[in-house]
Design a protein. Structure first.
Length: 105
């Protein structure tokens, strides 16, 4: 048996960089071996899956990709006063952090 390293590159916003699997498991079966990868909470669509086996990387393509669940807006709270925050709650927005962009003006 050989130890292999599985990495997923391109998860989430490009400015956040590549993010490796949180955990990976090799499941041996007949006739194939299956690699299971648990990825961290993030956002993205058609994220290429790149597998690194002992330093040799597969070609990441949208054919071999996955997408995170679409965001679901539960509620929007606004105020009539100018300059006050808008609060949007829901699910599947991704992790908290600096990877988000403000597209509102």
């Amino acid at each position: 048996d050989s130890a292999i390293t599985i990495k997923v590159k391109g998860v989430g916003d490009e400015s956040c960089g590549g993010v490796p699997c949180l955990s990976s498991t090799i499941v041996k079966g007949s006739p194939h071996v299956q690699a299971l990868c648990v990825v961290p909470v993030s956002v993205g669509k058609n994220v290429p899956i790149v597998i690194d086996v002992n330093g040799q990387e597969s070609n990441g393509t949208t054919t071999n990709s996955f997408s995170y669940d679409n965001p679901i807006i539960g509620s929007v709270t606004t105020s009539k006063s100018e300059g006050t925050p808008i609060t949007i709650t829901g699910q599947n927005f991704g992790p908290a952090g600096a990877c988000y962009q403000n597209y509102f003006e």
